[in-house]
Structure formats: C-alpha cells, structure tokens
Design a protein around this ligand. Sequence first.
Ligand code: COI
Length: 354
Amino acid sequence: MIDTQEIEVQRTEHSRLSEINFKNLPFGKVFSDHALIAKYTNGEWQAPKIIPYGDIHLSPATSALHYGQAVFEGMKAFKNPDGEILVFRPEKNHERINRSAERLCMPKITEHIFIEGIKQLVSLDRNWVPNEPDSSMYIRPFMIGTDPFLGVKPSDDYLFMIITSPVGPYYSKPLHLKVETEFTRAAKGGVGFAKAAGNYASAMLPAKKAQNQGIDQLIWTDAKEHKYLEEAGTMNMMAVIDGKLITPPTGSTILAGVTRESFLILSREAGYIVEERPIAIEELISVARSGKLEELFGVGTAATTAHVAKLSYEDETFELPPIESRKISNQIGNQLIGIKMGTVEDVHNWNMKF
Ligand code: COI
C-alpha cells in the first residue's frame, strides 16, 4: 500500500514559468518552480516537504562532497493527449535507487517519499511539463550523505531531493561512438551497476579526450581485458546482427536500465529474437567491417533511443547503415516513446498517470 498522505507544500511566490522558452529547451539547465526535500536523521526519514526550487545550504565538510556518498535517478514525465501526466515505471527507479543506496551504505528511501513525492511535486508543477515534440519534464531524484565530518565512515544524516527540469533532447543527432580500450568505467564487484555520482565523474576525462577527437561518447568495455562491450555511460547498448537484437546482460558492471528492460520486453513481444549475451568487441568490429552490423544504438531515459551513425575502434571508423533503414530501433523506439507519451496503448500499465 502506498502511503498517499499529502506532503506539506510551501509554494513559490514568484513563478518563473513565463520566462521559459518551451520551444527551445536545453537539457537540464532550466528547473521548475518547486523541489521536494526530505532529511534522514536519527535513523529515519523525516516528513518530506515541497519547497520553492533554489540553492541549498551545506557545510563545506559535508561528507558526500569528500567521499562521494551520492546516488541519483532519472525519469521523464510527459503530457498525454488528454493533458494527463504520465511517468514511466517510477517503481523501477525506486527499486534501483535503493539498490544503489545499499551499495553505497546509504539508507533506503520509502515509497511514500519517492513515488508519492514525484506525483505531488510534478502535479504542483504540471504546467512545466512541456507539450512540444521531443520535450519532456526530466525528473531527477538524488540522495547525499550530509554529515559535516572528515572521517571516512557512512554518514549518519542524509538529504534526499527531487528536482525537475523541462528538457529537450539529450542527443540531438545520431552519434559517433568509440570503443574505449584504455580507461575503465567499472570492474566486477565495484559500483558500476549503481547510479552513483562517482561513476559519472570517472568517465569525464576519457569522454573529454574522445570529444577532442570529434567523438560524442564512449562505449565502455570490461575492466579485465577490454574485450567485451558494456554500456555507454548515459545509456545501455544494443546491436542488431542477422536480424537479432543483442545486448550485454546486466551484472555488477552495467546499469540495469529501465528503458533497456522495457525495450527488450517490447522487442520479444514484437516477435524479434533477443539475445542477452556478452558481445565481444571482436565480433562487433568484424560485423561492422563486413557491413553486417545492421543497427547499433543506445537506450536510456535521457538518451531515449540514440542511433549510432559512426563507430570507431582503434584506428578504424565505420559508417553504419542509414538510420531510416533500421528496423528494430525505429519500430520499438517509436512504440516505447509512444507509450511514454500516451499515444500508444500502455498494455503493461507501465505509466503512473495523474
Ligand atoms: C538518465 O538517462 O536518466 C541518466 O541518468 C543519464 C544521464 C543524463 C546521466
């Protein structure tokens, strides 16, 4: 049973809504009027509150700033043609933030704070949910350890917040990706499966080096041998070879994407053969070389379905087939975005609607 009790709201006195150009939204730079905040202290979560969006006050000794107890999530809210708000499978993100929290020795967040918090926060700022194509309201819950203490130990106190941001596309064009074989994102037994802030920090230098060579993003490979494809940091990776949809299995080094899982379910239902199995870079490159890599794409909440136009590996760069010719990524990608936007029937009851 979800505890649906009303969350206390302190409304902003100065809405910024009229200042926003919804026709030209960047990703993640504009924030809606309100945020949800909850504090964990004395071993329990205190009542959450919705407050005006704004800066927060933290001690310079805040443990998350030094030792990285910080986890987050990402979801999107859309408006369906009837003007109702849809949020895609938020219970999955709730489960995942709790798995991330457990790995980083942080407390679990209650369903009331996470799910009901999203519902009441997004309801209050429903006019911030864009109607424009390719736009949505990105929902970013996060939790940090807040003890002002420089000893290395799990924080006693935590801050959980949800902020929301009307966004345009994360990637605005098909991508040029490079297979990374020097740096490592995650090793077995580490925190790769968690949505931990530090995973993103450690990816920045390798990504920047690649961007300096005109590459958009990296495809990470396993830490041990750099022989197997893992994920791309902002999205899970999928390939189509011989008409089969292939993606690496999730494990301790790959984020269990909600978009990934949903994409696989829809693909199986559509009758495609889906293989969750390790993908050797050697295999990927050999099919790319012989022109048999039919599709390569990433899937994620922010990224949606992100087609890969070019793939680089060591000294070679492959131009992949034209985007319009790609069957599975286009068909299932469109079906999935249609479900999220309420234009395709949601037979699985995936959307939370309010
Ligand atoms: C998401 O897809 O929600 C992500 O978290 C990816 C990125 C913006 C960090």
